[in-house]
Design a protein around this ligand. Sequence first.
Ligand SMILES: Cc1cc2nc3c(=O)[nH]c(=O)nc-3n(C[C@H](O)[C@H](O)[C@H](O)COP(=O)(O)OP(=O)(O)OC[C@H]3O[C@@H](n4cnc5c(N)ncnc54)[C@H](O)[C@@H]3O)c2cc1C
Length: 385
Amino acid sequence: MAGGVYVVAGPGTLLHGAPTEGSHPAPIDELRSAISSKDGTVLVPGIDPIKDLANFNARIKVVPQVLVECKTPLGVSQTILWAKKFGIPIRGRSGGHSINDSLFVHGLGLSAGTCPRVGIAGLTLGGGHGLSSRKFGLTADNLLSLTMVDASGNNIQASDTANPDLLWASKGGGGGNFGVVTEFEFQVHAVGNVQIFYLSWPPAKAAQVLASWQKFAPFAPNELTCHLAIDSGRDGIIGVHCGGQLLPETAGTTPTRAELTRMLGPLTSIRPKAFTIHARTFLGAAIHFYGDDKPQIFFKAKSDYADQLLADDAIAGIIRQFSGQHWPHGSITSRGHRVSSSNKYTLLRTVLYGVGERCRYTPDVETNEKSVRVRTSLFFRIRLC
Ligand SMILES: Cc1cc2nc3c(=O)[nH]c(=O)nc-3n(C[C@H](O)[C@H](O)[C@H](O)COP(=O)(O)OP(=O)(O)OC[C@H]3O[C@@H](n4cnc5c(N)ncnc54)[C@H](O)[C@@H]3O)c2cc1C
């Protein structure tokens, strides 16, 4: 249980102290007596100092009534039994997934997501894809076994030989559904150096870039991951960018700049206004793509997967939708994510690429509502294509 597991309890309190609808006070004294200090620490928001209590997404304003920083599986079990006894809803939470920092020291890496704030548990149990997923699979594909505390407070293991159905269900369908995971065992990979790249075009090229990108990125070698982002702001489309990385075909070798330049030919032929390539270590590239770890942002995001190419009129419709809207900030991003794995657990074998849309929030409620409506209609437009 390196790093510990939090179990958060109580239907919640709004950040400024008001209880949420239907909440009733959690019996915290009973919780304190149920857990010994070697198994966990009980933390009460507003009384105890708690790191990172505010949600990363400032749109979510609810905090739990109490957190238990569990140090052992027994601490998790005691918390679950307390919650059952008093009918208190609980959730597991477990830290960031900057696990690659420790692995890279040994020349190893895990296929993980691109945001350091996302917890390894939620990422794995929900699937988990990032810049090396085309080659190494989703984070869930690399899950070999796990240990969890179930709703009765018992420790259970899941692997190919013990409870294999639970292991299967935890690879994408398990976020908080079957128990609180206290241990994961992953397949890790030998990693070294990569090449990373960035391309951008003027807004007028958006349709042409989207059309070429979708014929190229999903079919490129699995070593190459290429995200496309189309950003729109108050004046319609404000940016068209591609970024990504090339992993070596064989561990221990470094892909060359010339190799990457040749691969990106279908995109560079559209005459980008910026095109850069840099060599990085696997970890250096991951940190580059994390970007700044902002303490909090306002946003709403939704994503989907596509298993067919968009027709020309669908591309035109999407671009029209982006161009005609005056919203604070929105983007469509995609990961060029063809999952082609013989792993029997892979649910996404037929996926050509993933599509995500985001809109940033402002402190102005009306603007936010408009921006969410625009994002939702874009989502359905992409679905209907
Ligand atoms: C800014 C941002 C960037 C993202 N980037 C990526 C990305 O690059 N790739 C990607 O695949 N996804 C990405 N996601 C989606 C992310 O993987 C999911 O939202 C994931 O569920 C978050 O997991 P968490 O543990 O951080 O969140 P939480 O909300 O804490 O947990 C998610 C669910 O898992 C449960 N859970 C947490 N810990 C445990 C545990 N120990 N045992 C059992 N259940 C547990 C929780 O109860 C909850 O139901 C991103 C999300 C955000 C907000």
